[in-house]
Every structure is written in structure tokens, then in C-alpha cells.
Design a protein around this ligand. Sequence first.
Ligand SMILES: C[S@@+](CC[C@H](N)C(=O)[O-])C[C@H]1O[C@@H](n2cnc3c(N)ncnc32)[C@H](O)[C@@H]1O
Length: 235
Amino acid sequence: MRRLKNWDNKTWLSSKSYISQFNKFLKRKSNLNKNSKILDIGCGRANIISALQKKYKFKNKPVGIDIIANNDVKKNIEFKRIDALKYLKRQDKYDLILIKQTIHFFSKTNLNLLLNLAKKRLNTKGKILIFSLKTKNNKIPCFEKMRKNLKKSLKRDEYLFKIIKKNLKKTKNFYFNFNVTISKKRYLWMIKSRYISCLLDLKERDINNGLNEIELKYNNTIKFIDTLKCISFSK
Ligand SMILES: C[S@@+](CC[C@H](N)C(=O)[O-])C[C@H]1O[C@@H](n2cnc3c(N)ncnc32)[C@H](O)[C@@H]1O
């Protein structure tokens, strides 16, 4: 399967407004201050922790880990190209462990391993915050084959949420909503560059048919709400 590279490549997920609203949400759900130690698992280009570092000037630079090293990963954080399960075997502890839109890459066994290790790496008053697409009534604009794949993947996410709840036990749920306004032209480009996992295994022909479908189905400006479910855990 292709690797996911373009979900935050100049999309709303890397826009100033998204990062700023997301980081305000993080601030409300965790107790961020200058001394906070942060780990972002599956950080991608590290836009989120980079913006946090600019704002809070943490004594310890946030650590971002990912199995892919994009060449434009932000420089003001500590980036490591490493598998999360390997990295978490180290002894460092954190006040915030962020796992955003990454759990779907893990099998049931590996997700349990990830959570067990993450709990061990958490300071007493620390938080694990796990974000994933809302599974019910999701508003992401799709063409037919994409919708079918997305539905399948969201069904699996529901199963993963159950595993997370069973493993972490004391969890709270929240929702993060972002109002997306995007030109159809830009969204077509995002689909072409397979910005979301449910596009990765589609044939070139399916993508091209999908582009035509979106072209016909949507106005020049596309508006929708991107909603993430947030599962919060503290010891
Ligand atoms: C959809 S992206 C989300 C990135 C970022 N958290 C965000 O929300 O903008 C998922 C990321 O998880 C990374 N990833 C997948 N499996 C991983 C693993 N076992 N260890 C570390 N990173 C992983 C992928 O390479 C990808 O960059």
C-alpha cells in the first residue's frame, strides 16, 4: 500500500487557523505550561507541536516521532524517525502524549502495546489525548468509492475506540470541530494527492472517476465541518 504523505501538505489541516484552534483545544484539555514535556506520536510535519513550541517556549523541546521523515518537518522541535512502539520503550516521561489521527495504522495487538507503553511514559498529572475522525455522520466530502472505503475505515475505528476504552478504562470523550472552507480546485488536488488513508489503495482510474464526481457534485467553494473525537486519559 502507498504511504500517507499529503494529508497536511498545504491543506486545512496545516492552516494557521486550524493549528491555532486545535492548540487552544489542547490547552483546555491539558495543563500546558513552560515546563510541559510533550510527545507527539505520528507527528507528520510536526505543525502542531511546532506551533505549541512557538507559543509556550517549553524548556524541553516537544518530541515528534514518525515512521516517515517528510523533508519539510518543522525544525523547532525534536524529530525522530522511529516506530512508536520502539520509541516508547525508552525511559523518558511526558506530561502530554498526543496521538492524532494515527491509531488506524495499528493492529489491535499493537494498539494495546502502544497504550500500555504510553501509560508508562506518562507523568503523574499527565494526559494522553487520542484524536480520530468522528465515526457517525462524518461530513468529509467524498465520491462513491471513497465513501465506501471511509465507511469501512470508520467502522474499524469504532472497534479501535472500544479497545482504547477497555485498555485505558478512565477516559473522557470530547469533540473538536473545525469549519472548513476550501475551493473545489484545491480539494480536487487533495484527492489527487490521496490526502486521506481511504484513498491510498484506490486505482488511478477510480481516483479520476472520483475527481469527475466531485467536480459535478460540489460548488466552487466547499464547506463542511471536520470533526475529531478526542479520548482523554489521565492516571
Ligand atoms: C494521518 S497522519 C497524522 C499526522 C498528524 N498527527 C496530524 O494529525 O496532522 C498519521 C501519521 O502516523 C504515522 N505513523 C503510522 N504508524 C506509525 C508508527 N508505528 N509509529 C510512528 N508513526 C506512525 C504516519 O507515518 C503518518 O505520518
